[in-house]
Design a protein around this ligand. Structure first.
Ligand code: SAH
Length: 270
């Protein structure tokens, strides 16, 4: 297995990362093995990498010597770069003729402001490519042994954020949300967990409905807690900060399908 990234890119006919381009790349939810091949090859070719706090830093060790590494995330909840500054920097570096990689946790177009960054690039006539990643609300469930859909439990899923632009719970149409899908997947919802549980119960979801809190999903410190809507507020208060909240009967399939927990310790990489 001594093939280089260049060999892989050539064999698969992957697009070349050209100077003057920005690639918005999803790094996946945590486990660095979950990045795509396009993303991996882009890391190896990039001149500058602007990365978020949720990106596993071991991926950066694959960058070429002399690469410019720029942290563009939050430290202890405090944003070190403003969104406008990040967008401007992406455009400026591309105009200078660099290959600019914007590496974001999960998928760049799922609750991560990648859409806004792409709009800025489009408005500035900067050429860009979007490389999707495995979003936490999909990959996290897989690592928790929770099928996102299953014929016995749910034929649809709704993805929501628990964090509006003002930091408060967004004004979702709760009666509609409660009826929309048997399974609801919430991002950025830990702080508003009590309000979410109340809103769903008022809108008709049962207090004993199963809930999973997936914290640090797919990482070595993954932490999965099963509770119900009535217990969500208390369980979320004890959960690590980075978490997905899943509401629905499919959560109980974990009791049968927790493949990670069932692995013999010697095989379990975590
Ligand atoms: N673009 C990202 C989401 C960014 S918003 C994606 O597609 O996954 C940040 C939120 O994503 C976090 O507050 C949390 O709700 C969720 N998240 C990201 N990585 C996670 C992980 N490893 N475990 C649990 N939740 C995660």
């Amino acid at each position: 297995m001594d093939r280089t990234f260049a060999d892989i890119a050539a064999a698969l006919n992957l697009p070349e990362f050209q100077p003057g381009w920005v690639w918005l790349v999803g790094a996946g939810p945590g486990d660095p093995g979950l990045i795509t091949l396009l993303g991996l090859c882009a890391i190896a070719e990039a001149d500058f990498i602007l990365y978020d706090a949720l990106v596993d830093e071991s991926l950066l060790s694959l960058a070429k010597p002399g690469v410019g590494l720029i942290f563009a995330g939050k430290h202890a909840g405090v944003r070190t770069c403003r969104q406008e500054d990040i967008s401007r920097l992406l455009a400026d570096l591309a105009r200078e003729g660099h290959r600019v990689l914007r590496l974001k946790g999960g998928d760049p177009f799922v609750f991560g402001r990648g859409g806004e960054e792409a709009q800025e690039l489009a408005r500035g006539a900067i050429p860009f490519r979007v490389v999707p990643g495995i979003t936490a609300g999909i990959g996290g469930l897989a690592y928790a042994g929770i099928p996102l859909t299953h014929r016995d439990t749910n034929a649809s899923v709704t993805f929501l954020t628990g964090h509006g632009a003002d930091g408060q719970l967004p004004a979702h149409d709760w009666p509609a949300v409660a009826k929309a899908s048997p399974t609801l997947v919430f991002y950025m919802a830990r702080k508003q967990a009590a309000a979410i549980a109340d809103a769903l119960m008022v809108a008709g979801r049962a207090s004993h409905e199963p809930v999973a809190i997936l914290a640090n999903a797919t990482r070595a410190d993954q932490d999965v807690v099963l509770t119900d809507l009535a217990g969500l507020a208390e369980a979320a208060a004890k959960s690590p900060a980075i978490a997905i909240i899943v509401v629905g009967k499919n959560v109980l399939l974990r009791n049968e399908l927790d493949w990670l927990g069932r692995m013999a310790p010697a095989l379990n990489p975590f």
